[in-house]
Design a binder for this molecule. Sequence first.
Ligand code: PLP
Length: 435
Amino acid sequence: MQLYQRAEELIPGGTQLISRRPSRFAYGVSPVYAVRGQGSRIWDVDGNEYIDWVSGVGAIILGYADPTVDAAVKKQIGQGTVYSINHPLELELAEFLTDSIPCAEMVRYAKGGGEACAIAVRIARGATGRDKVLFCGYHGWHDWYLAANLSEEAALTPHLFSGIEPIGVPQGLRGTAIPFPYGDLNALKQKLQEHHSEIAAVIMEPLRSEEPPDGYLAEVRQLASQHNIVLIFDEVSTGFRPSAEGVQPVVGVTPDMAVFAKSLSNGYPMAAVVGKREVMEIAARIFVSSTYWSDTIGLRAALTTLQEVRRRHVPDAIQSLGRRIKSKLNEMGKTCNLPVTCEGVDFHPQLRFLVEDALLQSQLATLYIQEMAKRGCHGYPSFYLNAAQDEDDLEQTFQSANEVFSLIAQGLKDENIDSLLECELRQDAFQRLVR
Ligand SMILES: Cc1ncc(COP(=O)(O)O)c(C=O)c1O
């Protein structure tokens, strides 16, 4: 916390990523600065060890400091990382991606998820000659997306969180980014009608932590085709946890473009924009260009990570872990008589405290984070899984959760949850529309 106080003086906003703000966890109790990560675990500046159930906010899919990926990266570093010319790895990774991801016929690279979404939107606008973008979910920090809050102050509230002021976003973009609610086909149809023939793209998170409603994504696909709109799946958060080929084979729907980052390269900065040739090829004429997009550390890390995800059957392993977490925590909730459920897709289980009162709900979530942190389990009331999390981690987590559930159940019975909290309430988590 001393470091964070210094950071607040030196770094506006304190952290580079909102999800790393200590106010997102148990403020003053949860760890804030890590100095090491290995496998499933991180160590904070004070030497405390934690199982990290946030997996580098999704970036880590194999585990921290994965020996295979790191050896490949170190070898690459020994050969230089960026040159004045290109490296054949660009093609090798592109071939891997086009062989495995259903919509991928051509590929461009970037370094972050938001950046890759901005590239995808630029390409879709270029390919269609239209300006407006319909979106659902979170897609980064760039002007095209935050423009949504120029028109309607609360436009991003259900997609991200409340209170985002579009400071610094040109007023001229007003009306160009239009949200639509997840799972509601009529609402989407209405938006398509309203902005008839002005829409370049529908960009959406196809799912996050819950299964999409039956037939929903196929209908979205059909609507996009009907209106000649580019359909973009933002797979940054789901990544390669649903399958080694991403989410498309799992939901059975093929978009025109897709965006990947995070789990693509086990924590090394790397992103990819992939898509059908007919949409992507205009990018040869569009100015999307950056020195570090050909950096070989990201390329090598991505290629090795994807090969390892396949070789180790990581999606199966992660999903089996998720099923065990859901089943055990639900069982414990029942035993402790605590109104809690653990549900959602197997690769991203979510814990929910089933109380009506919003304040109490937030108190319970904060108390859970606080008490789990005290027992060496860092996380939200949700689980971002990786392949290094093992039996020991499960055992420690279940034992901790059992104690924490009992403590919360007792607190509810005694109506003294307030007094159990040793920190401020965590600030609103992302109020995701796409769950
Ligand atoms: C669905 C989705 N899109 C885009 C982003 C932005 O990615 P990055 O933080 O790498 O810019 C995120 C990050 O959480 C995300 O979850």
